[in-house]
Design a binder for this molecule. Structure first.
Ligand code: HEC
Ligand code: HEC
Ligand code: HEC
Ligand code: HEC
Ligand code: HEC
Length: 280
């Protein structure tokens, strides 16, 4: 018998035992009242009477765009119940439905295959487009969110890693690069390819920095990339605006030069280095 309760004792977890007694049978998520307490009970995510092997989320009512209420069939339908249009989303959280939308310039391929056909760092079995039966071209929230231990029950119940992640991922600026610091990304993206600058020719300069002296450490993937999707740019580019600021001309933007050419321009200021623009 797998121990679910142990998952909810971990530092990072869904607040099942933290917020008690607020689930109601007649409630309709997403919450429309910003004052409503945020919660997640077992029964918000599981319907013990209706679940089947082919649809583990059967009987879970979700609301899609246009307010159509129907039963969840995909894991992400379930997640969007509370992480999309909810009026009570905590400030630092973003609407996940809009981050993963297939209409965005870029997104991790959860709802469907991605738009970039030259993701040169991808490790097997991951592929941009599915060609052979063994290729994996779409991923799920569960591939990144869940227990840190492969022997734990499946599902994003709890983890020892921040943000309930299956592997460590540091979002901090000015820290040394290591296989551990960005372990989550290196599950699917070859570290040698990224640090070997196979796509962005200044990856290693930014990620590893110029050496161990104070202020010369590298920065996180998170400084330039969003882990979910970007409504503005290709390549999941979304600058972390606690580290990256407008340049001397007041501009903060990324411009691509051609498609899959690995050339672009950045207009921004970071660590006092003016990019007006800097090109690659
Ligand atoms: C019934 C509501 C509900 C559902 C459904 C739900 N969550 Fe959550 N989730 C929460 C609440 C409440 C929190 C605590 C933080 C907050 O208020 O957003 C949370 C926190 C999280 C966090 C931690 C965020 C952080 O930075 O600490 C992650 C990751 C997460 N959820 C992923 C998921 C995924 C993946 C799914 C779908 C499998 C899902 N959630 C479904 C309510 C829900
Ligand atoms: C490729 C890996 C990956 C996938 C796939 C992924 N996440 Fe995340 N998620 C992360 C990382 C890394 C963070 C922490 C950094 C950040 O906040 O972006 C995070 C943070 C979060 C947070 C807290 C911060 C925020 O942005 O609101 C929530 C909630 C969340 N994810 C929900 C989801 C849901 C729901 C799905 C599926 C629809 C999903 N994630 C798919 C990697 C992923
Ligand atoms: C935020 C949503 C959420 C909450 C809250 C939640 N679960 Fe889950 N649970 C999931 C998801 C998603 C899966 C993975 C389903 C799959 O196999 O794809 C899962 C899987 C499971 C499994 C199967 C594990 C395995 O290894 O096959 C069990 C058992 C389970 N949950 C029990 C519980 C219990 C008991 C609670 C309350 C204490 C709970 N869950 C709370 C989302 C949730
Ligand atoms: C200073 C900003 C910056 C940082 C930090 C950064 N990247 Fe990038 N990354 C880029 C840019 C710009 C591109 C687009 C290159 C192009 O034009 O194709 C890119 C492209 C990518 C791609 C797509 C092409 C490929 O190589 O497969 C992946 C994957 C990627 N980055 C992963 C990462 C990971 C993982 C980290 C952290 C270990 C990281 N990046 C850190 C700027 C950054
Ligand atoms: C479970 C596997 C998986 C994990 C973990 C993962 N990725 Fe990806 N990533 C993919 C796949 C598959 C694609 C290809 C999507 C496409 O073809 O557009 C991709 C594409 C990308 C791209 C290019 C997107 C575009 O549209 O140009 C970037 C940038 C990227 N990932 C960064 C990251 C970063 C940063 C992390 C860690 C936070 C990470 N990935 C973790 C599977 C993963």
């Amino acid at each position: 018998m797998k121990n679910i309760e142990a998952e909810f004792k971990k530092t990072y977890r869904h607040p099942v035992f933290d917020v008690r007694g607020v689930h109601r049978a007649d409630e309709v998520l997403p919450e429309t009242d910003s004052q409503q307490p945020r919660h997640a009970d077992c029964v918000d995510c599981h319907n013990p009477h209706q679940l089947t092997y082919s649809n583990k989320f059967a009987g879970i009512k979700v609301r899609r765009v246009g307010n159509v209420v129907s039963s969840a069939t995909k894991e992400y339908d379930l997640c969007f119940k509370c992480h999309a249009e909810s009026a009570n989303l905590p400030g630092r959280f973003a609407n996940k439905r809009s981050e993963f939308a297939l209409t965005n310039p870029s997104f991790h391929p959860v709802e469907g295959e991605g738009k970039n056909t030259a993701v040169v760092s991808l490790l097997k079995p991951y592929k941009e487009k599915k060609v052979n039966a063994s290729d994996v071209s779409t991923i799920s929230c569960d591939d990144c969110h869940g227990s840190e231990s492969a022997s734990s029950p499946r599902g994003p119940h709890g983890s020892m890693n921040e943000h309930i992640l299956v592997d460590n991922f540091s979002t901090r600026d000015n820290q040394p690069e290591s296989p551990f610091a960005y372990a989550l990304c290196y599950r699917c993206h070859n570290r040698d390819s990224i640090l070997g600058n196979e796509s962005f020719k200044f990856h290693s300069l930014h990620i590893q920095g110029t050496g161990g002296t104070a202020g010369a450490n590298g920065t996180s993937c998170y400084t330039c990339h969003d882990s979910h999707g970007s409504v503005d740019n290709k390549y999941l580019i979304k600058f972390n605006q606690t580290v990256v600021f407008p340049n001397s001309a007041g501009m903060l933007k990324f411009v691509e030069k051609g498609i899959a050419t690995f050339h672009g321009e950045c207009y921004l200021s970071c660590h006092g280095v003016d990019h007006n623009p800097k090109s690659y």
